[in-house]
Write a protein that binds this ligand. Sequence first.
Ligand code: KG4
Ligand code: ZN
Length: 349
Amino acid sequence: MKVLGLETSCDETGVAVYDTERGLLADALYSQIDIHAEYGGVVPELASRDHVRKTLPLIDQVLAQSGIDRADIDGVAYTAGPGLVGALMVGATLGRAIAAGLGVPALGVHHMEGHLLAPMLADREGGAVPEYPFVALLVSGGHTQLVRVDGLGAYSLLGESLDDAAGEAFDKTAKMLGLPYPGGPHVAKLAEQGNPSRFEFPRPMVKQGGLDFSFSGLKTHTLTTVRACEAGGALSDQDRADIARAFETAAVDTLVIKCRRALKQEGLTRLVMAGGVSANVRLRAALEVKLSKEGGEVFYPPLKLCTDNGAMIAYAGALRLAAGEADGPDAEVRPRWPMTELAAPKAAA
Ligand code: KG4
Ligand code: ZN
């Protein structure tokens, strides 16, 4: 089954074709980062308009790359939520219209299920693919969640951020340090020059038990430190690097502690990490070192599939479409959509 996948939930237009027999046939991405950069964050209306401009040309591009014809498409998957409502509606409307025109089923996919399953696409690149059950750490610009995964659609929420998402905390820290949006990769790069012993930032919510996160206190601590350094004049390059390093170390430590706690609680050894922040090299390294000592394993998607992309939507959609699931007549986009509402695939009525 060949599935066209469309991702338009935020500021990347992602389009891909996944074939359940041959794997990922083509994957194209257009990032709107330059459009939003001058505003320091995503402007929803600009995002929707740009998805309108980019989605159809990207579809032509992936069809050409994958060497298939429009008539070969057996189903269309699009991101139905969570995300920006206008941006979601562009992908949903196009996806459903294309499916109707071709006479094939359409299916709205949950964006975080896409992220969660992206590590399964690692096998084409020679990477290891996790078996169920596992604990997933979903860390993106909008989510920080620990989820127990027993199979496709069998998700139990173990813990989540009570305030900012980890990616959001990276983005806000970047802003305080005068770095561009999205800040994660810039903070990580600057942190490499930082002195690890100059500042010690708090590890939020690790003392009390439980698997929830909170990143707003860490963000405030970062701001307080920036102000304290500024009291002596403008921030020097070394100040900025040292703050980036202290922030990153505290964020990574917190995530690692909670992941280990979740695995222990669930009696599992496999950890799957997905979402934009899973591209963070220090987080990957810290998890690998800690878990390997405890007989655990960590899996993550190929680097380019950590952040938003069409491949993960084509893949998640293909699994569900192949199982007979399809949009009903009342399908709508869901800007807010708890992942725990998902169930194992059910055939269309
Ligand atoms: O999954 P994603 O592309 O979009 C959402 O669904 O939110 O995640 C984007 C987030 C941004 O907050 C970005 O700063 C963060 O992922 N990010 C990183 C890194 N690369 C992207 N955070 C830390 N380190 C990175 N290397
Ligand atoms: Zn995402």
